[in-house]
Design a protein around this ligand. Structure first.
Ligand code: NDP
Length: 480
């Protein structure tokens, strides 16, 4: 049985309390490793280590930080297969997703921010004949990074890399459900020569270890990705302490498909945007709105292709979908299928529990579902399900599509399918979302701002936005 360790002050160690938590393998439903059940004392040790490392790390210069971060990215790239297997086993995601999305993106995140810091400038404002102002962007100190289980290493590195590149020291917590690749990352950091205390990884439960990171007076900024309810709890603690907060929260993303779309691209991408990673990506489109003229044709094709998706052993590269992350999560997703039926919806396909083999009979498998016949204001269309479940609805006009798309508390991403560039531009302007994709989905340029509006979050990650978040601004005015 693997025993995952905390990474504090450059050392791998169990929780100070000696407590352990079970870590389940979603594909089998069996416990396959243990993780430290860390508490405030472990977080205190991590903060002490970070504070001690900060003076050297923050002043060693961007070239040195670039060099070490690049080395870490190189090592992840060299071990892509080891990381991918670990990610798939730990989260239940299909191995092809871990190989082609999660791990390549994790190393790309680190490489991107290692390089970005070399080009990060600050402003200067000249008061002619009088003074010059220049702006310093200085590291904050010790910062907290908390990430969810759906894209474990991908989202963990998305936060840690800009925090470290800008010269901060980090106390980070991955989700207790998917700790394995963060553990591998810790081993990789040691090998890459990351100085002790610069990055500290504390494993454990959100309300215990996570809360202790947020509550600690020395974590001056918190970057969090997770559910909206957790984000609210975090903000309640952090806001009165005047911490910098970046909150990337839930979504209920619409796909708006007009009759003049490229049908083949729209339908094939919609299958992907609905069910990639078992629908457990914050950017997945879960409400599909189709112009009535092509509604039946689109629906039939979507259902046909959804039925053709293979759900089963995450380790088998033939499978499109693996297992959901946990038993509780599958129960939650299935609860929404019941709600959809009570609300008058028709399940056109999927939503069935499967047992791929005797060995995998305890795994958390669920076939992808498409639901029709629900109004926009029902719970199924309003609440985040975060699983392989989408709804489909017709619309007649652009105005109606806009109202449907904007008609939830969330505003993370939206996908538009049309060949009419004027309509796309008009719609993009009025959509309440942080990200609008036109005729594509998940096409990511790491330089672009990433984040949501309304209850999908506060602040932006990505590119310069992340470098700005993880730095404190100081204006210096020099009179001459
Ligand atoms: P949670 O909000 O349950 O957890 C996220 C992280 O916060 C986990 O590490 C969790 O630990 C920790 N946590 C829980 N409670 C606290 C607390 N009181 N204080 C500090 N930390 C805490 O989200 P999930 O892990 O279930 O992730 C799914 C959610 O994430 C979905 O809502 C999804 O939309 C959202 N998400 C948003 C993205 C975005 O960019 N906007 C991207 C990806 C996901 P533990 O796991 O141990 O409970």
């Amino acid at each position: 049985m693997i025993k995952i360790q905390n990474y504090i002050n450059g050392q791998l160690a169990p929780a100070l309390s000696g407590g352990w938590l079970d870590n389940y393998e979603p594909g089998t439903g069996q416990v396959y490793s243990h993780i430290p059940d860390s508490d405030a004392s472990d977080v205190q040790a991590a903060v002490d280590a970070a504070e001690a490392a900060f003076p050297t790390w923050s002043s060693c210069g961007v070239n040195e930080r670039y060099r070490i971060l690049h080395r870490i990215a190189d090592l992840i790239e060299e071990r892509l297969e080891v990381f991918a297997q670990a990610e798939s086993r730990d989260s239940g995601k299909a191995i092809t997703t871990a190989r082609s999305v999660d791990i390549p993106r994790a190393q790309a995140n680190i490489r991107f921010f290692a390089t970005a810091i070399l080009h990060f400038g600050a402003e200067s404002h000249h008061m002619e004949g009088q003074a010059v102002n220049y702006t310093l962007r200085q590291p904050i100190g010790t910062v907290g990074c908390i990430s969810p289980w759906n894209l474990p290493l991908y989202l963990f590195t998305w936060k840690i890399a800009p925090a470290l590149a800008t010269g901060n020291c980090v106390v980070a917590k991955p989700s207790e459900m998917t700790p394995m690749t963060a553990f591998l990352l810790a081993q990789t950091c040691i090998e890459a020569g990351l100085p002790a205390g610069v990055l500290n990884i504390v494993h454990g439960l959100g309300p215990k270890a996570g809360q202790a990171i947020v509550e600690h007076p020395k974590t001056k900024a918190i970057s969090f990705t997770g559910g909206t309810a957790t984000g609210r709890t975090l903000a309640r603690t952090a806001a009165p302490m005047f911490k910098k907060l970046s909150l990337e929260l839930g979504g209920k993303n619409p796909n708006v498909i007009f009759a003049d779309c490229n049908f083949e691209e729209a339908v094939s991408t919609t299958v992907r945007s609905s069910f990639a990673n078992n629908g457990q990506i914050c950017l997945c489109g879960s409400r599909i709105y189709v112009e009535r003229k092509i509604y039946d044709k689109f629906k039939d094709e979507l259902v046909r292709r959804t039925k053709a998706l293979k759900t089963g052993n995450p380790a088998d590269p033939e499978n499109d979908l693996g297992a959901l992350v946990s038993e509780q999560h599958r129960a939650k997703v299935m609860g929404y299928l019941d709600i959809a039926k009570q609300e008058g919806g028709t399940i056109l396909c999927g939503g069935e529990i499967i047992k791929p083999s005797a060995e995998l009979s305890g795994g958390y498998y669920l076939t992808p579902a498409v639901i029709e016949g629900l109004p926009n204001d029902c719970r199924t269309n309003q609440e985040e399900i975060f699983g392989p479940v989408v709804t489909i609805q017709p619309f007649d006009t652009e105005e109606e599509a806009l109202a449907l798309a904007n008609g939830t508390q969330y505003g993370l991403a939206c996908t538009l399918w049309t060949q009419d560039i004027s309509r796309a531009t008009r719609m993009a302007e009025r959509l309440q979302a942080g990200i609008v994709w036109v005729n594509c989905w998940m096409l990511r340029d790491l330089r672009t701002p990433f984040g949501g509006v309304k209850n999908s979050g506060v602040g932006r990650e990505g590119g310069t936005e992340a470098l700005r978040f993880f730095t404190e601004v100081k204006n210096v005015c020099v009179s001459y």
